[in-house]
Design a protein. Structure first.
Length: 256
């Protein structure tokens, strides 16, 4: 079977008929929607840890605060975070509250190189308020597997998306998570390919409340977990749930 050829032949036939009778021929299949601009984009390549500021390149002014910047370095345009105990002087980034305020759907995308330290529950990022409201991803959970979870009702209410293994260590990977209120799903992608998804009714704006002062962190958990040890080359947040094709495009993967 050659459905593509049949489809084109049929369209040409209809087009010829349209010319004969003065009608408009049907349109070919609509192209995939373009990837929207991110509402936050950290590339790190022009940042200086000594300033304590992480510049938002999206143009929306959602700059981050680098905490314990003396222990962070910029290497080849990526920020390297040393990890360590939550009470240590390891560096992490605090995100501005406006990142989540009033949001509905959300996509988080990070190009990361985890150093493979198998202290479980290092959160790559923590979006939300506290241990009651959050969206996070960890390269290595208590079972040694990649895990994303979202909740607004503490740990017992988590929608969990779990991989079959840990995030591959010491290699650059692109992790993408979509929070889709229309599909009512949270989905994890790795290097543009879907890992798994889970049902969720969480709305991104509900991850914070009126008393929340920030939108969370890069490299730190809301729990007393180890800090993330590794490098982050790119961190983006979109105010939309990207489609699978858009995730692939944003990751730089060719869509078949």
């Amino acid at each position: 079977m050659r459905p593509a050829a049949t489809s084109v032949t049929a369209w040409l036939a209809l087009a010829c008929l349209a010319v004969t009778v003065g009608a408009t021929p049907p349109a070919l299949a609509k192209e995939a929607e373009a990837v929207p601009a991110p509402v936050l984009s950290y590339t790190f390549d022009t940042d200086d840890p000594a300033t304590g500021r992480i510049t938002d390149k999206s143009g929306n002014g959602l700059h981050g605060v680098l905490v314990n910047g003396a222990t962070a370095t910029i290497v080849d345009g990526a920020i390297v975070l040393p990890g360590g105990a939550p009470t240590s002087t390891g560096a992490y980034i605090q995100l501005p509250r406006a990142l989540l305020e009033g949001r509905t759907d959300l996509t988080v995308q990070a190009r990361i190189r985890w150093d493979g330290t198998t202290a479980p529950w290092q959160w790559i990022y923590a979006l939300g308020k506290d241990t009651g409201r959050y969206l996070f991803s960890t390269p290595y959970n208590g079972d040694g597997r990649l895990r994303t979870a979202v909740t607004t009702t503490f740990a017992g209410g988590e929608a969990q998306v779990t991989g079959y293994a840990a995030l591959p260590a010491n290699t650059w990977r692109t992790l993408t998570v979509t929070l889709d209120t229309t599909a009512k799903r949270v989905t994890t992608y790795l290097d543009g390919a879907a890992v798994a998804s889970a049902p969720s009714t969480v709305v991104a704006g509900d991850l914070i409340d009126a008393a929340t002062t920030s939108a969370g962190f890069i490299g730190r958990s809301f729990y007393p977990d180890p800090l993330f040890a590794g490098a982050v080359d790119d961190f983006r947040v979109y105010a939309a749930a990207l489609t699978a094709d858009q995730v692939a495009e944003a990751t730089g993967v060719s869509v078949p």
